[in-house]
Write a protein that binds this ligand. Structure first.
Ligand code: OGA
Ligand code: ZN
Length: 373
């Protein structure tokens, strides 16, 4: 056993049974030897870019801490049985004492939920201001689930340029971009003048496109108002009011399908997807694309009752934020969390949106880069 007090920081290192303990005042942080060795930043262990140069099988299975001492801000460690040495930032070791997954930006805990439309303040960002500094709008997109931009040039294909301000387009069978306007033989009800109730897009895809953009080229029709609903907030409410129904929707796999002449897509997932800690992380809800689940009759009753209860929360008029998309407006939203809807519009009137998909991982990466600079 070897211990030493880091005088400046008041941190002491203690080795017991081959593992390391850092004492800071009255608290003690336990650090497993194998984790410490796996995290070693020495040039033998990591390239300049931070990527690891060894594999788990390269480490002795009985890796232990032999000696450790705090010197200033550093922790010097000697491992056994191979005598490997590493120097660690002692403060970083203490702050790294966070359960994995807590930093995930995609679950309900990382979000600003809005159960009622009145609880969220939609901000219309001007395109020129947005281009000069996209960070505030992108931050709202991550926190509230959506961002709105107006003044986007109404050139066809411009929605791709919007997506490229933060990430990469996800091409699908609908194309790089898709036109939302009345079509003669629509493959999808979106391409009619019918009302579309709140839904997430493409639930029949795995992985699902996690972001959606809708850019209004022109809109001279009556009707065709847009709506957004926070699916995470509704799921949270369901868990509070009816935990049994919540449980059923998180456990029952549901198949979503899309068929056209050139596409046969299907994915089977629960409507409410949870992470390993039970936090809501993904909603799939689409009345048009859901295959009626063929369940044994006692389960069917329970599933349909839970589905109805969740739908009632999602379809509650006060849950839906309504606004009109006019020429040059662009809506960007988190398709794993928010449901979107539109009211019916006159098929003869002119309404033309262009849409595309993108993904949250690219957005989160871009936002982090913006916020760090
Ligand atoms: C869609 C859709 C909404 C609208 O294309 O996915 O839901 O406002 N469109 O037309
Ligand atoms: Zn849609």
């Amino acid at each position: 056993m070897y211990s030493h007090v880091g005088e400046r920081l008041g941190i002491s290192a203690l080795v017991e049974d081959g593992d390391l303990y850092l004492k800071v005042g009255d608290t003690q942080v336990e650090i497993a030897a194998i984790w410490l060795r796996d995290s070693c930043p020495c040039p033998e262990s990591r390239a300049d870019n931070g990527q690891k140069l060894f594999n788990i099988v390269d480490l002795p299975a009985d890796t232990r801490v032999e000696r450790a001492r705090v010197v200033g801000r550093s922790l010097e460690v000697e491992f056994a049985p191979d005598g490997h040495r590493g120097v660690f930032d002692v403060e970083a070791l203490i702050t790294a004492d966070v359960p994995p997954g807590l930093a995930d930006a995609r679950n309900e805990e990382a979000k600003r939920l809005w159960r009622l439309a009145a609880e969220v303040s939609p901000v219309w960002n001007d395109w020129t201001d947005y281009l000069a500094d996209p960070a505030p709008a992108l931050r709202a997109l991550v926190d509230d689930g959506f961002a709105l931009v107006h003044g986007v040039p109404t050139d066809l294909g411009q929605v791709v340029a919007v997506a490229e301000t933060f990430g990469f387009v996800r091409e699908t069978n609908y194309g790089t971009i898709f036109d939302v306007r009345v079509e003669e033989n629509p493959v999808n009800l979106a391409f009619t003048g019918l009302a579309i109730s709140p839904h997430t897009d493409n639930p029949y895809r795995d992985p699902v496109p996690t972001l959606q953009l809708l850019h209004c080229i022109h809109n001279e029709t009556t009707g065709g108002e847009s709506g957004l609903v926070d699916g995470f907030a509704a799921a949270k409410m369901l868990r509070e009011n009816n935990p049994r129904a919540f449980d059923v929707l998180t456990r029952t796999p549901v198949t979503f399908r899309f068929d056209s002449t050139d596409a046969h897509l299907s994915a089977t997932m629960p409507m409410i997807g949870l992470d390993q800690s039970g936090r809501v992380r993904e909603i799939r809800f689409n009345n048009r694309a859901m295959v009626a689940p063929r369940l044994e009759s006692s389960l069917a009753g329970e599933f349909y009752s839970a589905y109805r209860t969740f739908a009632e929360l999602l379809y509650h008029p006060e849950a839906q934020l309504n606004f009109q998309l006019d020429a040059g407006d662009c809506l960007i939203f988190d398709n794993t969390r928010l449901l979107h809807a539109r009211t019916a519009f006159a098929a003869t009137g002119g309404r033309h949106l262009q849409g595309t998909y993108a993904d949250l991982d690219g957005l989160l990466s871009t936002l982090q880069a913006f916020e760090e600079n």
